[in-house]
Write a protein that binds this ligand. Structure first.
Ligand code: HEM
Length: 459
């Protein structure tokens, strides 16, 4: 079966020519409601929906949602098969085109195979230890400043506060000097672009979130392109300046379009995921004061003065902090599911699946499978001690994906989480009201409906 390509040059969004749904009737599953399929049930309760499907149909099932029929492979084996993709069967671009096609048509996640490998190699220079140390010094300064402005002794909404802080941190550690004189316009454009990635209407019709996102993209790309010559002349240690100096294997510089596309995607990939995971982390530390104390004791055991920057060389000493953060992402993975498009026919667990099929894996489901996580709803960071981690299936915990497309910002994310925890817990006790059980949405990223009422008490 043949496959259409994504036409990046002309800025068009093409989708993989879908496998006819008649070619998938042998896969357990159903078509859901007429016209809308299972879209609404999936959006209303993503975790419950998948669990019901798994009970009814098993670990490989078919669903019709977002206008097409796809096949979901559940569990660590499905994760490993799709993410490692030893036979180069799965296109990330075709999986994510619906969400990223108009907004990040050339972001790293929208490239495949050899082209992806070359771009990823060129970008990885910005995530080496030298640049990471300089991002950490910006994070230290920005987080200490941000937290000092949060209210103490009374409840405030944590989620919008951390969202704003993450945006401010991106402005300094990603862009260096912030957004410059166009600050407000660029910030608003960025917010519109990120919001559009999850908009229900995927066509940029007037008045829609997608239209604002597409306009936001145009403004940001224009802004970044204009900045590139200045950054190349002046230098700088921020992520953007690193990309402006990044080269291909032959030593030539990346084009300004490539830099602008990668930069805008990197900022978006970091923003909601960090906001979501740090919100879930603050909640778990408040809900489990014993773990809050353990983490605080570890931080204090570093022998540094509170308020001092967290040194890059001490990140690996924060073992319990990392375990507590991992357990948070197990329970609430910021990216609950991943999408691919099959570029060739393949077989999985005895099912023949044709090229053109949308293929999904579900991190949220895997992270709650009792076979791998006994008493799965319980918060227990000890699941991540060295012994338990060694013996568990490697693809049972995949908040950052795996294989060729594994999150490029993984170490950045751990670094920001540790730096944030250092500045927060060293100075404050974090609490939520007794018996407080906020409602969380799972999709597109986990977030608390009420903004999460948190109180900081000075220590
Ligand atoms: C807790 C925070 C984060 C989580 C949970 C997370 C999760 C993920 C996941 C699951 C993927 C794989 C997507 C796929 O296979 O389809 C991914 C890819 C990616 N992430 Fe992250 N991410 C986080 C933070 C970041 C940060 C801070 C950055 C940048 C500084 C970043 C940049 C990227 C990029 C560029 C990709 C695409 C990689 C590729 O296609 O080769 N992420 N992320």
């Amino acid at each position: 079966m043949s496959v259409e390509t994504l036409d990046h040059q002309r800025g068009s969004v093409y989708y993989l020519r879908p496998a006819p749904s008649s070619a998938l009737t042998h896969i357990p599953g159903d078509n859901g409601w007429p016209v809308i399929g299972d879209t609404l049930s999936l959006l209303a309760d993503p975790k419950g929906f998948v669990e019901r499907r798994a009970r009814r149909y098993g670990l490989v099932y078919r669903t019709r949602s977002f206008g097409s029929t796809s096949v979901t492979l559940l569990g660590p084996e499905g994760n490993e098969f799709v993410l490692l993709d030893n036979e180069k069967l799965f296109s990330s671009a075709h999986g994510w085109a619906l969400f990223f096609g108009r907004l990040f048509p050339r972001g790293l996640q929208m490239l495949d195979f050899e082209e992806h490998r070359l771009h990823r190699r060129a970008l990885s220079v910005a995530f080496k230890s030298g640049p990471m140390q300089s991002y950490l010094s910006e994070l230290n300064a920005g987080i200490a400043r941000g937290i000092s402005q949060w209210p103490r002794g009374r409840a405030f909404k944590f989620y919008p506060a951390i969202k704003q802080l993450t945006l401010d941190l991106a402005a300094t550690s990603f862009l260096g000097e912030g957004f410059g004189p166009e600050q407000e316009a660029v910030k608003q454009a960025f917010i519109a672009m990120v919001a559009a990635t999850i908009a229900a209407i995927r066509v940029p019709l007037p008045g829609t979130s997608m239209r604002r996102g597409v306009q936001g993209r145009a403004l940001i790309i224009d802004y970044l392109k204009r900045q590139i010559p200045l950054r190349r002349e002046r230098g700088g240690d921020d992520l953007f300046s690193q990309l402006c100096r990044a080269t291909w294997d032959d030593g030539s510089l990346l084009s300004s379009s490539d830099i602008a596309d990668h930069m805008s995607f990197l900022m978006a990939a970091a923003h909601d995921t960090l906001t979501s995971s740090l919100t879930s982390f603050a909640y778990q530390l408040s809900a489990h004061p014993d773990w809050q104390e353990k983490v605080r004791a570890e931080l204090r055991g570093l022998g540094l003065t509170a308020g001092e920057p967290l040194p890059f060389t001490r990140l690996d000493d924060l073992v319990l902090t990392e375990m507590a953060f991992k357990e948070t992402m197990r329970l609430s993975p910021p990216v609950p599911s991943l999408a691919r498009g099959a570029v060739r026919d393949f077989e999985f667990k005895g099912f023949q699946i044709p090229a053109g099929t949308g293929v999904r894996i579900n991190l949220l489901y895997t992270h709650h499978m009792p076979e791998y996580w006994p008493d799965p709803e319980r918060y227990d960071p000890m699941r991540f001690d060295a012994q338990a981690s060694r013996t568990r299936h490697k693809f049972a915990f995949v908040p950052f994906g795996g294989g060729a497309h594994m999150c490029l910002g993984l170490h950045f994310a751990y670094m920001q989480a540790k730096c944030f925890t250092w500045h927060l817990l060293n100075r404050f006790r974090v609490s939520t009201p007794p018996d407080y059980r906020p409602q969380w949405s799972v999709w597109p990223v986990p977030y608390p409906h009420d903004g999460l009422n948190v109180t900081l008490t000075a220590l």
